[in-house]
Design a protein around this ligand. Structure first.
Ligand code: BG6
Length: 316
C-alpha cells in the first residue's frame, strides 16, 4: 500500500487547490486541457473530478459500464464550462428567476474549488470534500450578480453509489436566496428507447421554446420523442430505465423540490459548439434542483444541504 502523497504534487505538477494529503486511491493528474483533476480508483468504483467547477466527469462502479456521460467536444479551459459530467449550477439556474443573468447556470461551474478533504471508508468508497467561498470567485463573470458572502461545501462519494451533497452557508450578515442544480448527464444507449419513471402525475414547466408558462401534468413515464427540457415539481426519486444497456439508474434526493429532465435533440445539439451533433441519443440529464419559485432563502449564519444519490440496478 502506497502511503499518502505530498499534497498538491504530481509528476512536477503542483496545485494550490489541494489542501490535504491524498490517500493512495486518489491521484492528482493533469486532466484534459492541462486542468488539475483527481482520479479515483478503488475496488468499488473509478471516477474523476476536476477542481474546475468541482466537476465530476466520470463514475463507473466496478463491473458496470460508465454511468456518467461526457461530450467528446467538451471544452476544458478556465472560463468555460465542461459539457457533460455533473455541472454545479449555482447561484442561479439557467438565466435565473428574472431571466437575463449570465453566465448560464451561474458562476460556480466556472470557479476553481479547493480540495479540503479526501477520505476512504471501510468498503473502499472515496469521499472528496471541496470548498468555494465568495473570495474565490472575485472577478469571475457573473459574480457581480451575487455579492453576499457565502461558503459552498461539496462532498462527492465515489462508491458503489455516487453521492453528491452541496451545502450552502450564508457567512454574511444579511439574508440571501439562490437557485441550485446538480446537472447530472447520464449515459444511455438510445434515448428514444429510454423511459424515466417516478414522475407520473407530476406537474412541470415545459422550457422548450413556445411551450408557454402553464404547468403541464406528466402522463405515464417520461419518453423522448423531441427536445425535452422540463422542470418537474417533485421531491421523489426517479429511475432511468435503459433497455438496451439492460440497466436502470435511480436518482434519490433530499432537500430538492425540482427534478429537471433534459435532452437537446437535434437542432439544439447542432447549435451547441461544445456538443457533437450526433451525441444527443446517448445521454439524458436528470438534475436534482431547487429552481424558480423553489429558490432557497438562507438567513445569516444558516446553511442548506441538497443531496443526490445515483445507483445502478438491473433492468426492471
Ligand atoms: O448549455 P448549458 O448552459 O450547459 O445548459 C444546458 C441545459 O441545461 C438544462 O438544465 C436547462 O434546463 C436547459 O435549458 C439547458 O439548455
Amino acid at each position: 500500500m502506497v502511503g499518502p502523497v505530498r499534497r498538491g504534487y504530481v509528476r512536477g505538477m503542483t496545485s494550490s487547490l489541494i489542501a490535504v494529503d491524498l490517500p493512495s486511491s486518489v491521484r492528482l493528474v493533469k486532466g484534459e486541457g492541462g486542468l488539475p483533476a483527481l482520479d479515483v480508483s478503488t475496488p468499488v468504483a473509478a471516477g474523476r473530478l476536476y477542481l474546475h467547477g468541482a466537476h465530476v466527469t466520470a463514475w463507473t462502479p466496478s463491473r458496470q459500464d460508465p454511468v456518467i456521460w461526457m461530450s467528446r467536444k467538451s471544452r476544458f479551459a478556465e472560463g468555460e464550462p465542461i459539457r457533460g459530467g455533473v455541472p454545479i449550477c449555482w447561484p442561479w439556474f439557467g438565466a435565473g428567476r428574472e431571466p437575463g443573468l449570465a453566465p448560464a447556470h451561474g458562476f460556480a461551474r466556472l470557479a476553481d474549488f479547493t480540495l479540503v478533504g479526501a477520505e476512504v471508508d471501510a468498503f473502499g468508497a472515496v469521499t472528496l470534500t471541496l470548498r468555494l467561498t465568495d473570495a474565490d470567485v472575485a472577478g469571475l463573470p457573473g459574480a457581480e450578480h451575487f455579492t453576499q458572502p457565502f461558503e459552498l461545501t461539496y462532498t462527492v462519494t465515489f462508491g458503489a453509489e455516487l453521492t453528491l451533497a452541496l451545502t450552502v452557508r450564508n457567512t454574511g450578515s444579511e439574508e440571501f436566496s439562490f437557485e441550485e442544480a446538480l446537472h447530472t448527464y447520464l449515459a444511455v444507449k438510445d434515448v428514444t428507447a429510454v423511459t424515466v419513471e417516478g414522475l407520473e402525475g407530476v406537474r412541470y414547466l415545459d422550457k422548450v421554446p413556445g411551450a408557454g408558462q402553464d404547468l403541464v401534468t406528466q402522463t405515464g413515464p417520461v419518453t423522448f420523442t423531441s427536445e425535452t427540457d422540463r422542470v418537474y415539481h417533485s421531491t421523489g426519486s426517479v429511475t432511468v430505465v435503459d433497455p438496451a444497456l439492460a440497466r436502470t439508474v435511480t436518482a434519490v434526493k433530499e432537500n430538492s423540490a425540482n427534478t429537471v429532465v433534459w435532452n437537446p435533440w437535434t437542432a439544439k445539439a447542432a447549435a451547441m459548439p461544445d456538443y457533437d451533433d450526433a451525441e444527443w441519443p446517448t445521454m439524458v440529464c436528470v438534475e436534482v434542483a431547487n429552481a424558480l419559485e423553489n429558490a432557497v432563502t438562507l438567513a445569516a449564519g444558516e446553511n442548506h444541504t441538497m443531496t443526490a444519490r445515483y445507483a445502478v440496478g438491473p433492468r426492471v
